[in-house]
Write a protein that binds this ligand. Structure first.
Ligand SMILES: C[S@@+](CC[C@H](N)C(=O)[O-])C[C@H]1O[C@@H](n2cnc3c(N)ncnc32)[C@H](O)[C@@H]1O
Length: 393
C-alpha cells in the first residue's frame, strides 16, 4: 500500500500549512501516542492520512478505515501533502499505476451500493459462499433473464470469479465480498426466486459462525417471494440435522429433503466428496407467503450530539459488549480547536464496522461515510451516541 518515508520534521508547522492548503483539511494528534492524522480532500474524496513519527524517519501513509477505493487518488494525495509540507522524501512507492484495482469490475458491488440500487432484471437469485464459482457461473449462463448475486467472504475467490465473469462475457452476476448473514438485510422484501447455500462451512466447533440460523432463515423468507426457495446442499450429517431442526423450529414451513441427488453442475468441493462416496443432502425450504416491505429508514445521524468538555476522558477505554454486538472507542485524535476524530469499532462480532466519528462543538458525524444499514449497526450506533452524550457526574 502506498506510503512515503520522510526525514523527521517539525510537526508544529503542519497546522498552519493546513490552513493554506488546497488538499489538506484538518490535522489531529493522538491522545495516547505520537501518531497523527491529516484530513485530505482530493478529487471529490475525503479521507485521512496517517503520520507516524520514528527516530530515523517519519512514515506518511494511508489510513485503513477511510482510504479511497482508487489507489491512484491516494498516491496523488500523498504526493501533494508531502509537497505542501515541504517534506524531504527518503523512500516512496507512490508512482501511479495503470493496473486495475483488484475489485474494480463493474460486476463487483459494495454492500453500501445496495442502499439505493436498481436491479437490472426482474428475477433475482442469491448464492451464498460460491467458492470457485462453478455453480454461480453455470446458473448465470443458463438463466440470462435472472440476476445472480454471489456472496463470498473469501476475497481471492471473489477476485477469481470476477475474472471468469469478464473472460466468459457474463453480464448477469454481481459479486459481493461480504458476510451473507448480514447482507440479506440490504435486500428488499419479496425480491428473490432462489437462495443457494451450497456446502457451507459446517463449523462443528463454533456453531455460532454457521450461515444457517433462525435469523438467517427469517431474513431468507423475507427476501424470497412467495413460492421462492432456500436451497441448502451439504455433505455434513451434522449440518443437515442441525438445519432441519432450525427450519422446523418456525411455525410454518414447507421443507423438502433429498439424498444423493445429482445436480447439473458439480462444484470442485462436491467432486471431492463424490469421489469418496459421501452422502450429500439437499434441503429445500419454500417460502409460502409474501412479506411486508422492510422499514429501511434507520437514522445514522448523531442528531443532538456535540462536543462537551472532557468527553475524551469520559469515553470508556474498553469495548462495551451487548447482546449480539459491541462498541469500542479505539483511539482519539484531537485537533487544535478541540474537536476529535474518534476511531471506533462496533456492530457484529463477525463483521465489525470500523469508522471515525468527527465530534466538534458544532455537531457530530461519521467521517467520511455512514455505517452499513444493518440492524446490528443501528443498535450499536445508538449506544455510540449514548456514550458520546455522557455528561459529567
Ligand atoms: C466449503 S466452501 C463451498 C464453496 C462452494 N459453494 C462449493 O460448493 O464448492 C464454503 C464457502 O463459503 C464461504 N463462506 C463461509 N461463510 C460465509 C459467509 N458468512 N458469507 C459468505 N460466504 C461465506 C467460504 O469462504 C467458502 O468459500
Amino acid at each position: 500500500m502506498p506510503h512515503l518515508k520522510v526525514k523527521p520534521f517539525d510537526t508544529a508547522t503542519i497546522e498552519e500549512k493546513v490552513a493554506h492548503s488546497t488538499v489538506m483539511t484538518s490535522f489531529a494528534t493522538s491522545m495516547t501516542s505520537s501518531d497523527m492524522v491529516i484530513g485530505v480532500e482530493h478529487k471529490g474524496e475525503e479521507f485521512l492520512l496517517q503520520l507516524k513519527p520514528d527516530e530515523k524517519a517519519y512514515l506518511l501513509k494511508y489510513d485503513k478505515v477511510t482510504r479511497p477505493l482508487k489507489v491512484n487518488i491516494l498516491k496523488e494525495a500523498l504526493g501533494m501533502v508531502s509537497e505542501a509540507l515541504n517534506l524531504e522524501v527518503l523512500s516512496s512507492n507512490i508512482a501511479l499505476s495503470n493496473t486495475k484495482a483488484a475489485l474494480s469490475s463493474e460486476y463487483f458491488k459494495k454492500i453500501e451500493d445496495f442502499e439505493n440500487i436498481d436491479y437490472p432484471k426482474e428475477k433475482v437469485s442469491v448464492e451464498v459462499g460460491f467458492g470457485s464459482g462453478r455453480h454461480l457461473l453455470y446458473q448465470a449462463e443458463k438463466n440470462p433473464d435472472t440476476l445472480f448475486i454471489g456472496l463470498e467472504i473469501h476475497t481471492p475467490s471473489a477476485q477469481q470469479v470476477l475474472k471468469q465473469i469478464e473472460l466468459q462475457g457474463i453480464e448477469n452476476i454481481w459479486v459481493v465480498n461480504y458476510d451473507a448473514r448480514l447482507f440479506l438485510e440490504m435486500l428488499p422484501s419479496n425480491l428473490c426466486t432462489q437462495i443457494f447455500v451450497h456446502f457451507p462451512v459446517p463449523w462443528d466447533k463454533k456453531p455460532q459462525r454457521r450461515v444457517i440460523s433462525k435469523s438467517f432463515l427469517a431474513e431468507s423468507m423475507r427476501v424470497l417471494h412467495k413460492e421462492g426457495r432456500l436451497e441448502l446442499r451439504t455433505d455434513s450429517d451434522n449440518y443437515f440435522w442441525y438445519s432441519l431442526e432450525t427450519f422446523f423450529s418456525v411455525p410454518k414451513t414447507e421443507v423438502e429433503v433429498r439424498k444423493n441427488e445429482a445436480l447439473e453442475v458439480t462444484s470442485k468441493y462436491e467432486a471431492r466428496w463424490l469421489r469418496q462416496e459421501k452422502d450429500i443432502y439437499d434441503v429445500y425450504v419454500k417460502c409460502t407467503q409474501d412479506s411486508e416491505e422492510k422499514e429501511s429508514r434507520l437514522d445514522f445521524n448523531f442528531n443532538d450530539v456535540k462536543y462537551t468538555k472532557g468527553i475524551e476522558e469520559r469515553l470508556p477505554k474498553k469495548a462495551l459488549v451487548f447482546d449480539g454486538y459491541f462498541v469500542h472507542f479505539e483511539r482519539i485524535f484531537k485537533q487544535v480547536d478541540g474537536s476529535l476524530f474518534i476511531k471506533c469499532a462496533f456492530g457484529s462480532f463477525d463483521r465489525p464496522e470500523h469508522k471515525y466519528i468527527l465530534l466538534s462543538h458544532g455537531g457530530c458525524r461519521y467521517f467520511v461515510s455512514l455505517p452499513v444499514r444493518t440492524m446490528v449497526n443501528y443498535e450499536a450506533h445508538q449506544k455510540l451516541a449514548e456514550q458520546l452524550m455522557l455528561t459529567e457526574g
